[in-house]
Write a protein that binds this ligand. Structure first.
Ligand SMILES: Nc1ncnc2c1ncn2[C@@H]1O[C@H](COP(=O)(O)OP(=O)(O)O)[C@@H](O)[C@H]1O
Ligand SMILES: [Mg+2]
Length: 298
């Protein structure tokens, strides 16, 4: 069984509104100045001066330092930074698995203290799906277990989202019969079926081969176009960040701090390889790995 059920590579049909940019800006400019919507809706998810630490036996590891983020409804917000800069830790804190030592995360103004069905995480690992449940059972189970829906309706909704990720025909197979890409698609369907306020994704395509990864990026954009969920997406790939995000926060190496925010909605999969795209990638690379103090504009 392969990913051949996927359609071929093509330009996604999601809208890329005309907008000057990308704009590179220091974080103190404030996210409002950068938000494509222009207006000022209240953020859906906010990180307010979030410092996160791990206490090991011998020392305290500071993973992030006073991170501020404003994620708006419908955003495809990307956290981009080198390995070890605290991206996963930030996502776990947004999910409510760990608590900041300073600052807080708030969802619609309410502080986050614990995990909840309003925030669902899709991880990188392919073993997120209980292997003893079929694809359909995997997607329907959280709906029933959380008391969201009775069994019959959960099944219907699960099938609806499996159809959206192109896996309706695989409802009755078990995870071990699926490729890595298909497993990730099931995990995405399971997350979306819960209709969370925000979908949190931690490098979900990083373990896939390059071609499958590209297809998954394309599919995620198409899904977003259909469903219009709010996404907080973690990656260490500059290319993936530019393609998938409408906004990208660049995190500096340890401890992670927001170095800059970028409007990236002008880029899509068709942009890759173009000179403007490469120039933007190089500029981001410099911002990530070198000290830059000046505000710059592409
Ligand atoms: N359970 C843990 N205990 C101690 N240190 C940790 C733990 N998890 C992560 N870290 C450290 O916290 C920092 C941030 O980790 P992480 O959030 O996983 O980074 P990223 O996802 O950006 O690669 C790293 O220095 C890492 O070594
Ligand atoms: Mg990580």
């Amino acid at each position: 069984m392969t990913d051949s059920l996927l359609h071929g590579f093509s330009k996604p049909a999601f809208p890329k509104p005309a907008f000057p940019g990308p704009v590179f800006s220091r974080p103190h400019d404030g996210p409002h100045a950068l938000h494509p919507a222009g207006g000022l809706p209240a953020p859906l998810l906010q990180a307010r001066s979030v410092t996160l630490e791990y206490a090991t036996r011998h020392r305290v590891v500071r993973a992030t330092h006073r991170v501020d983020l404003d994620v708006y409804e419908g955003d495809r917000f990307v956290l981009l930074g080198p390995s070890g800069c605290g991206k996963s830790t930030l996502l776990k804190a947004a999910a409510g698995f760990i608590q900041p030592v300073e600052g807080d995360f708030v969802l619609r103004g309410r502080p986050i203290h614990a995990p909840g069905p309003d925030r669902i995480v899709v991880f990188q690992e392919f073993d997120q799906l209980p292997p003893w449940k079929t694809v359909l059972q995997n997607v329907a189970f959280p709906l029933v277990a959380s008391g969201r829906l009775p069994r019959h309706q959960a099944r219907e909704r699960a099938l609806h989202y499996l159809d959206k990720v192109g896996l309706a025909a695989f409802a009755d197979v078990f995870p071990h019969q699926l490729s890595g890409g298909m497993k990730q698609r099931v995990a995405i369907a399971r997350a979306l079926a819960m209709q969370p306020e925000i979908l949190l994704m931690d490098e979900p395509f990083a373990a896939l081969d390059a071609l499958t990864r590209r297809r998954m990026q394309e599919e995620l954009l198409r899904l977003w176009d259909e469903v219009r969920f709010t996404l907080l997406f973690v990656t260490h790939s500059i290319e993936e960040a530019l393609v998938l995000g409408n906004r990208v926060a660049l995190l500096s190496p340890r401890p992670g701090r927001v170095r800059a925010e970028i409007n990236s909605h002008e880029w899509d999969l068709a942009s890759i390889g173009g000179t403007a795209f490469q120039a933007a990638s190089q500029r981001i690379h410099r911002l990530l790995f070198e000290e830059e103090t000046e505000e710059v504009r592409a």
